[in-house]
Design a protein around this ligand. Structure first.
Ligand code: NAD
Length: 253
């Protein structure tokens, strides 16, 4: 089994400065064929073109709303017809919100869970059966330090709850599919420099957060992408059900 015969699917990898795009690049550099699935079709195709250019591997950029089962099914069907078998899934698509609990309403709560939790379910449910059948698979969830320490970075209670739900999802799935050759792990990044917070995290507030990080800086997307790529290696098969912190020491436990 070698990753050059397999496709790695990365959701939410259109965003130019995002963790997903950097992860798709790192996986391609390791030899994977890459499929980028995102709400933003033009961005997904742009990521795929950039990957094919830089790494000389096949890359697919597909429109996909992970919250919509039909949209996920259509993207997975396209890959089944055109791409090598899927060997890895990175559940990266996510949204955040800083709304305080005393202000959050049910609609916002549901939106946060729809993308981070139900979205991850929709695509994982579609892809893991094939991995199990072939006896090889790697699934990685993008959780967050917010799940572990109870917010305190940017996201509010809804985000922390959704990211903690991902940890339980990953751990229980790891137990179920381990015997079938599929590993399931989570990464829990701290503050990473991307556009997920829009312009809402700036100036003094950002400086105060960085002051609480022992290594003295916020994280870079490559810090997370490299770890995910390591977890997806064929040789990483004894690592499952684990959560990896990538937070510069901002939460040590
Ligand atoms: P980002 O906003 O840069 O990228 C998120 C991507 O997800 C975008 O391309 C967006 O179009 C896509 N997306 C959103 N909803 C979608 C949907 N319904 N279907 C498909 N795609 C969808 O975010 P990022 O900072 O790169 O974060 C990536 C992941 O890492 C998220 O799950 C986030 O919660 C997690 N994370 C980020 C940080 C951080 O500090 N940036 C920290 C911890 C965890």
């Amino acid at each position: 089994m070698t990753v050059t015969d397999l496709t790695a699917v990365v959701t939410g990898a259109a965003s130019r400065r995002g963790i997903g795009r950097a992860t798709a690049q790192a996986l391609a550099a390791a030899g994977w064929t890459v499929a980028v699935l995102d709400l933003d079709e033009a961005g997904a195709k742009d990521t795929a073109d950039e990957i094919a250019d830089r790494h000389g591997v096949q890359a697919f950029g597909l429109a996909c709303d992970v919250t919509d089962e039909g949209s996920v099914a259509a993207a997975v069907d396209t890959l089944a017809a055109d791409a090598p078998a899927v060997g890895a899934l990175v559940n990266n698509a996510g949204i955040t919100s800083p709304t305080r609990f005393l202000d959050v309403d049910g609609g916002e709560w549901d939106r946060i869970f729809a993308v981070n939790v139900r979205g991850a379910y929709n695509i994982t449910r579609r892809l893991v059966p094939g991995m199990a059948e072939r006896g090889f698979g790697r699934v990685v969830f993008l959780s967050s330090v917010s799940a572990e320490r109870g917010g305190g970075v940017f996201g509010g209670v809804a985000y922390s709850a959704a990211k903690a739900a991902q940890l339980g999802f990953a751990r229980a799935l790891a137990r179920e599919v381990g015997p079938l050759g599929v590993t399931v792990n989570s990464v829990a990044p701290g503050l990473i420099d991307t556009d997920i917070t829009g312009d809402a995290l700036q100036g003094e507030r950002k400086e105060a957060l960085i002051a609480g990080i022992p290594v003295g800086r916020n994280g870079r997307v490559a810090d997370v992408a490299d770890l995910i790529t390591y977890l997806c290696r064929v040789e990483s098969g004894y690592i499952t059900g684990a959560t990896y912190d990538v937070n510069g020491g901002s939460h040590i436990h």
